[in-house]
Design a protein around this ligand. Structure first.
Ligand code: GLU
Length: 482
C-alpha cells in the first residue's frame, strides 16, 4: 500500500478577527502537513451567512500571508478539490443528505418554526428536538411533500449505546448517544448546516487530519456517526487545548490583545507571534524555545501536543519578540522600524542606519520606539543634579567649566560623523588631562537629559546633528551658570 498523503485544512468561518486560537489552529494544521510532507488546504466555511462579517475573509488571507502559512490549495489559488468556499459548493450537499434518507440514517422533518420554538421554550424537549418526525409513516411524508410543506433533513442518531473515538491528543473519548440530538443536516432552503458541510467537505477533500479547538471534542461523535453512515474513513482528530490567560481563565480581552492584528499593531513581529503561539500546547522534545516557521516545520510532531490548558503569557511574548528582533537582518530591522522612526522624528531620518544600530539590541516592541527616542526628538527638561557623577568625579562646578570647551570643540568641526566627533573629543580629553568619562558624561546628560540612553554621547551627537547638539549644549550652559 502506498503511504497516505497527509492533507490538513484550515477551515475558518469568516466571522471577524483572527484570534490567537484561530492562528494556532491554522499553524498546527500547517505544521502537521509540512512536517510530514503533506498539503495544507484553506477552506472558507461560510454556510452560516448570518454570522459573516465583511472583510473577515481578507483578514484571514492577510494574516496567513504575513506569518508565511502558505496554503497549497484554496479559494484564491484553486486546486484539484475545489471549489474551496462552501457557499460555492451549495448544490453538492443535497444528494448526500438524500442518500442518508434513502439508507434510513436521516429523515425529513416538517416541524414548523413555531413548534420548534415552543419546544425549545418548554422544558419537555430538554432544549433539544423531540424526534417528532423521526418515524412518520411514508404516506404522511409523501402527502407533506406533495403539499410543498417545507422541511429539513435530520440525522437519525442512535438512541442507545455510545460512540468512542481516539483523539490524537486527548486519547479515548466516549459520548453517550442519549446526549446527541437529531441534528439538522440540510436546512429548509436546501443549504447544509455547518456540521454537515464540514464532514462532506473533509471527506471530498481527502482530509486526513482534522485539527481544531477542544470545544469541538464533544460534537465529534456526531461527525463520526456521519462518516460511518456513509461508510467513509474517519480522519485523525487532533483537538487542541484551551488557551488561557495568566489567571487560568479562558484568554480574552481582559488579559490583553487577543487578535493577530492587534498584537502586530502593538509592535510584535509576526515571526515572534508565531513562535509564541507554536508553543501554546506543543513542546519540542529538547525544550527548545526559539523557532522560525521553517524550523517549526522540521521539528513539529503531534505527540508533542499536550492536553492541559496553555497559558498565553504576554511577558513571554515580549521576550520572543526581543529575541527575534536581535536575530533580524540589519536591513529588515531598519525597514520594519522606518515608519515608526519617521513618525517619531516627523520626517525622513538622516541617521537612520545609526539609530537602527542603537535600537536593534534594545528594542522590545515596536511601540516602545517613540519613548526610546523621545530624548532625541524633543529636548528634555532635566534636573541639573544629573551632572553629578561620583564614578567620573564630576560635579556641577567642573561641568560648568567643561561644557563651554566641549561646545567650542564641536562647533569647530566641519565634518559631522562618528569619527570626527570622537577624535575631536578625545583630543579635548587628553589636552585637558581628563578621563574619557569625564567628557562623555556631561555631554550625554546635556544632550539627552538622561543617564541611560541607547548609544553613548558620540552617537547621540551624530544623530542630533551639529546645530541641535550645539543648541542643547548652549541650553545646558545657560542653565548651569544661571
Ligand atoms: N469553521 C470552524 C470554525 O471556524 C472550523 C471547525 C473545524 O475545523 O472543524 O471554528
Amino acid at each position: 500500500m502506498s503511504p497516505e498523503i497527509i492533507r490538513t485544512r484550515y477551515a475558518p468561518s469568516p466571522t471577524g478577527m483572527m484570534h490567537v486560537g484561530n492562528l494556532r489552529t491554522a499553524l498546527y494544521e500547517y505544521l502537521i502537513a509540512k512536517s510530514m510532507g503533506g498539503s495544507f488546504i484553506l477552506r472558507i466555511e461560510d454556510t452560516d451567512q448570518a454570522r459573516q462579517v465583511d472583510g473577515a475573509v481578507d483578514i484571514i488571507y492577510k494574516t496567513l500571508h504575513s506569518v508565511g502559512l502558505q496554503h497549497d490549495e484554496g479559494p484564491d489559488i484553486g486546486g484539484a478539490y475545489g471549489p474551496y468556499v462552501q457557499s460555492e459548493r451549495r448544490d453538492l450537499y443535497r444528494p448526500y443528505a438524500e442518500q442518508l434518507v434513502e439508507a434510513g440514517k436521516a429523515y425529513r422533518c416538517f416541524c414548523s418554526r413555531e413548534r420548534l420554538e415552543e419546544l425549545r421554550a418548554s422544558s419537555e424537549g430538554g432544549g433539544g428536538y423531540d424526534r417528532h418526525c423521526r418515524d412518520l409513516p411514508q404516506e404522511e411524508i409523501q402527502a407533506l411533500l406533495d403539499s410543498g410543506t417545507p422541511h429539513v433533513i435530520r440525522q437519525k442518531m442512535p438512541i442507545q449505546g455510545s460512540t468512542t473515538f481516539i483523539d490524537a491528543v486527548y486519547g479515548s473519548i466516549t459520548v453517550d448517544h442519549r446526549e446527541l440530538e437529531d441534528q439538522v443536516l440540510l436546512k429548509t432552503d436546501g443549504y447544509p448546516t455547518y456540521n454537515f458541510a464540514n464532514v462532506i467537505d473533509d471527506h471530498l477533500m481527502a482530509i486526513t487530519h482534522v485539527v481544531r479547538g477542544s470545544e469541538y471534542l464533544s460534537s465529534t461523535p456526531k461527525y463520526n456517526l456521519l462518516y460511518e453512515a456513509f461508510g467513509w474513513k474517519i480522519p485523525t482528530y487532533v483537538h487542541l487545548p484551551l488557551i488561557v490567560g495568566s489567571d487560568g481563565r479562558k484568554l480574552s480581552k481582559r488579559h490583553g490583545s487577543t487578535s493577530f492584528e492587534a498584537l502586530v499593531a502593538e509592535g510584535y513581529l509576526p515571526v515572534a507571534i508565531v513562535n509564541a503561539i507554536a508553543l501554546l500546547g506543543w513542546c519540542p522534545k529538547d525544550n527548545r524555545e526559539l523557532f522560525t516557521l521553517e524550523e517549526l516545520s522540521q521539528a513539529f510532531s503531534i505527540d508533542g501536543i499536550s492536553k492541559s490548558p496553555s497559558v498565553f503569557d504576554y511577558d513571554k511574548l515580549a521576550w520572543f519578540n526581543a529575541e527575534h528582533i536581535r536575530a533580524m537582518d540589519k536591513d529588515a530591522f531598519l525597514n520594519w522600524i522606518r515608519p515608526s522612526l519617521e513618525q517619531a522624528f516627523g520626517g525622513p531620518v538622516k541617521e537612520e542606519n545609526l539609530l537602527a544600530e542603537l535600537l536593534q539590541p534594545r528594542l522590545i516592541r515596536l511601540n516602545d520606539l517613540p519613548d526610546m527616542v523621545r530624548f532625541l526628538t524633543t529636548q528634555q527638561n532635566f534636573d541639573l543634579e544629573l551632572f553629578q557623577n561620583k564614578k567620573n568625579k564630576m560635579d556641577l562646578q567642573k561641568t560648568a567649566g567643561l561644557l563651554p570647551k566641549i561646545r567650542g570643540t564641536l562647533a569647530a568641526l566641519t565634518v559631522w560623523d562618528r569619527t570626527a566627533v570622537h577624535d575631536s573629543l578625545q583630543l579635548l580629553t587628553s589636552e585637558n588631562d581628563l578621563k574619557t568619562g569625564q567628557v562623555m558624561w556631561p555631554l550625554r546628560i546635556a544632550l539627552s537629559g538622561q543617564t541611560v540612553t541607547p548609544g553613548g554621547a558620540i552617537e547621540i551627537a551624530v544623530v542630533l546633528g551639529q546645530s541641535e547638539t550645539l543648541a542643547r549644549l548652549d541650553n545646558a550652559i545657560a542653565r548651569i551658570s544661571a
